[in-house]
Design a protein around this ligand. Structure first.
Ligand SMILES: Nc1ncnc2c1ncn2[C@@H]1O[C@H](COP(=O)(O)OP(=O)(O)O)[C@@H](O)[C@H]1O
Ligand SMILES: [Mg+2]
Length: 506
């Protein structure tokens, strides 16, 4: 007889149905898994056998064949343990044969029969709900599944025995509750930053329009400090964004206790990060930092220290808002619409441009260092500013700077204007000016004749690329939104141009 259990395979953040078929037939004792299993799935055999024995069930000395259908879809990961074990238990009569009908099943088994947490429970639960099914998942990720729907059937056992007891009706498990990450933990506040008026203003603009930002300045000027305060002025995620962010975290196995947070992600990978770590992929396809920063911020500190190839691999997601990982047998897409914030020293020794300083290596100290950033990469950064060291006078001044809460209020107002405009234009998925397409930005940021002249002049003098032209328009639109103005005017264009052209970047 063949027992069948429903589970899923992950393709990007999509959960594709997989049918686990278990046959126990007479013949020489054997245990085979077929259907393109990867190493983790093939090893499932040993975990399932041990977990069943630990739970007091022994495998019959028969010929056991497991087929994971469809056979041509690659199966990765350890979450097939539980469906395989459940299929076996059903085949040998340890649980009623129809007990798991109507459930999607996923979970990894420990040798002692415990069910360990797996990645991807949230997308699996959403897929299950879409197919009017319930889900059986590890206790550790039950809270995650509870976010899929409030009325869906969720069974989240801690071990195989609990599952057997639940399915045979001996001891029913309670449904796990959806939990939210409390947002009470205070974020670092902008009021701690002395001076740096320009940088504060630009940080506000970046937050308001979702623009990419590069800060250039000597060590100790407060660049990392400024970047770390960006989350405190960004608006919270809306429910739709929150779900998208959580889906990616779930696939990456990074959802803290299955709790959902309304805070925007802020990822700061170290400059030794590999391309796979940053854009995703690797031995096992998983989302990279760019996807984990979806709807939030990717902060690259000490930008030129990243490998140039790694930085250039960011160009595609920066443009399209998603990453595509091509593999021999599959092509996987993850969402990656993030705001890039970067900080760097002007040169290797860090002090170029500081009055009275001459680099020991001369001009090359600057040029070699900055040459690590390619033109096309820099072209995608709308706001580039110099962050000079704060003067002693500024540091000693006792006037407290404006707090994050007040800046956040202005950012939120500007974002509401943008969102409203996009909704009126039927662009329901757009939230920020930075994410608008070139066509759209030309429509919403039409400069008046005076500012058009300025733009044309600047475009010719500084040979702006078409991309740069649109990006200047985007920033100008945000400046007008921050000022509560309908029309993009000359001062907006002039200010936007100044953030693109005036930095000490060679
Ligand atoms: N504008 C500032 N206001 C207050 N403290 C500052 C400021 N700039 C730098 N600091 C101090 O200097 C330290 C180093 O700043 P940091 O942001 O790491 O500099 P950078 O990243 O530019 O090298 C901070 O932890 C803070 O104590
Ligand atoms: Mg720093």
């Amino acid at each position: 007889m063949v027992a069948r259990i429903q589970t899923v395979a992950f393709r990007g953040i999509e959960a594709v149905p997989v049918d686990v078929q278990v046959q126990v037939a007479s013949g020489l004792p054997a245990f085979t898994i077929v259907g393109l299993p990867d190493k983790a799935v093939a090893e499932s055999r040993e975990r399932v056998r041990a977990a069943l024995i630990a739970s007091g069930l022994s495998l019959p000395p028969k010929r056991i064949t497991i087929n994971l259908a469809p056979a041509d879809l690659p199966k990765e990961g350890s979450h097939y343990d539980l469906p395989i074990a459940l299929g076996l238990m059903s085949a040998i009569g340890a649980v009623p044969s129809d007990a798991a009908a109507g459930y999607l099943v996923l979970g990894e088994l420990a040798l002692d029969g415990r069910i360990s947490s797996v990645a991807g429970t949230l997308p699996a639960a959403i897929a299950a709900n879409g197919r009017d099914m319930g889900i059986i998942c590890p206790a550790a990720t039950g809270a995650e599944a509870a976010w899929a729907a409030s009325d869906m059937d969720i069974v989240a056992p801690a071990n195989l025995l609990e599952l057997v007891n639940h399915l045979s009706g001996n001891q029913i498990l309670p449904r796990p509750a959806a939990m939210r990450q409390p947002d009470t933990q205070a974020l670092p506040d902008l009021s701690e930053i002395r001076g740096q008026e320009v940088a504060r203003r630009v940080l506000e603009i970046a937050a308001a329009g979702g623009h990419n930002l590069l800060m250039i300045g000597p060590p100790g000027a407060g660049k990392s400090m400024l970047a770390a305060r960006l989350p405190s002025i960004l608006p919270p995620l809306d429910p739709r964004e929150m779900l998208d962010v959580s889906m990616i975290q779930s696939i990456a196995g990074e959802m803290a206790g299955g709790r959902i947070s309304s805070r925007r992600p802020f990822r700061c990978p170290h400059h030794s990060a590999s391309m796979a770590a940053l854009v995703g992929g690797g031995l096992k396809v998983r989302p990279g930092e760019v996807s984990l920063a979806h709807n939030g911020v990717l902060f690259l500190d000490e930008l030129p220290e990243f490998s140039p190839q790694v930085l250039d691999s960011l160009r595609q997601p920066l443009e399209s808002g998603e990453t595509v990982i091509a593999r021999a047998n599959a092509r996987v897409t993850y969402p990656a619409r993030f705001q890039l914030v970067a900080a760097m020293n002007p040169c290797k020794c860090g002090m170029a441009g500081t009055p009275g300083h001459t680099c020991r290596r001369g001009e090359r100290c600057v040029t070699d260092y900055q040459a690590r950033l390619s033109g096309p990469f820099l072209d995608r950064i709308d706001l580039r500013i110099d962050v000079p060291a704060v003067s002693a006078i500024d540091m000693m001044g006792d006037g407290k700077a404006e707090s994050s809460a007040r800046v956040a209020a202005r950012v939120s107002a500007a974002r509401k204007i943008q969102r409203q405009r996009f909704l009126e234009m039927g662009q329901t998925s757009l939230h920020t000016n930075a994410a608008a397409s070139p066509d759209l930005i030309e429509k919403i940021a039409t400069p008046d004749p005076e500012s058009r002249a300025l733009l044309v002049e600047a475009a010719e003098r500084f040979s702006l690329s078409a991309r740069a032209y649109h990006r200047v328009l985007k920033v100008a639109r945000t400046l007008a939104d921050l000022g509560g103005e309908l029309q993009v005017r000359r001062p907006h264009i002039a200010e936007a141009l100044s953030y693109r052209l005036a930095s000490s970047l060679a």
